[in-house]
Ligand binder design. Structure first.
Ligand code: AMP
Length: 280
């Protein structure tokens, strides 16, 4: 596997691959890689001739400087994992390489980027669109792989791809979970062993809510009440929304595709955890 730091070297390498008629898959990540990322990389390796995995802790998508500061950084281990997954290129540029000048572009795709994470993390999805659009321009992938772990992010990126008329396929990959049901996340390493146990209640309650025969509001209240009843957990929001537009749903009949998206504070630091469940 090649580890590339500069955009020009990346472009040259991919140009040569494309001349040979090879297809290219891109997996954007922020590093601190785990099994969740590995599942995306393996899928790309299976479906493309060349897989590029970007490892870039993108400052423009962090609205909280403390979150960026404490984000785990594990480049050597990341490269070892990518090599084992069969990726051909790890692209790990510096902040200066990606942002030689401040990025002043503004992306706006409401309601996908204005609700939930968009409302509680102002500027977050603008930063996501800034980095992902740059990566798409460097790599020009045939397919790009994203995890449903960040469900809202996929909806925003699909809108951006349509808006910019980019002819690539967005592949959504299922959430990889720990044995307890907790969604795998780079931020999980910031939890204590006890907090990890507590955090497992989030998905347990979400799954339980699927079996309720009740209206949308009652299911919403059930989830919030049950999770808030667990010491160490505090729901920031739980929204039951259309699975594509992310507009609020009042009645199960309002949409063919319905998901519940949740963000929960866990522990004393606290660590912010996101998850979701599909109702239909
Ligand atoms: P991140 O490094 O957190 O930006 O994640 C990079 C990509 O990996 C994103 O598309 C995430 O949605 C995806 N990802 C992270 N965790 C998981 C997981 N547990 N299961 C599936 N995909 C994941």
């Amino acid at each position: 596997m090649k580890v590339i730091h500069s955009i020009s070297e990346l472009k040259e390498t991919l140009c040569a691959s494309r001349r040979e008629g090879k297809t290219v898959g891109l997996v954007p990540t922020m590093g601190a890689l785990h099994d969740g990322h590995a599942s995306l990389v393996k899928r790309s390796v299976a479906e493309n001739d060349v897989t590029v995995v970007s490892i870039f802790l993108n400052p423009t998508q962090f609205n909280d400087p403390k979150d960026l500061e404490r984000y785990p950084r594990t480049l050597d281990a990341d490269c070892a994992l990518l090599e084992a997954c069969g990726a051909q290129i790890a692209f790990a540029p510096s902040v200066k390489e990606v942002y030689p000048e401040p990025d002043t572009r503004v992306f706006s795709y409401p309601p996908t980027d204005s609700v939930m994470e968009g409302a509680f993390r102002p500027g977050h999805f603008n930063g996501v669109c800034q980095i992902v659009s740059k990566l798409f321009a460097y790599v020009e992938p045939d397919k790009a792989y994203f995890g449903e772990k960040d469900y809202q992010q996929i909806c925003v990126i699909r809108r951006m791809v349509d808006d910019l008329g980019l002819g690539l396929e967005i592949v959504a990959c299922p959430v990889v979970r720990e044995e307890s049901g907790l969604a795998r996340s780079s931020r999980n390493t910031l939890l204590t062993e006890q907090e990890r146990g507590i955090a497992a209640n989030i998905y347990r309650v979400l799954k339980e809510s699927c079996h309720l025969v009740a209206g949308v509001q009652a299911v919403h209240d059930f989830v919030v009440t049950k999770i808030n009843a667990v010491p160490g957990l505090e729901v920031q929001y739980f929204s039951i929304v259309d699975g594509n537009t992310l507009a609020d749903i009042k009645d199960w009949k309002d949409s063919e595709s319905v998901v519940g998206c949740i963000t929960v504070f866990c522990g004393s630091t606290p660590i912010r955890l996101i998850d979701h469940i599909r109702y239909k």
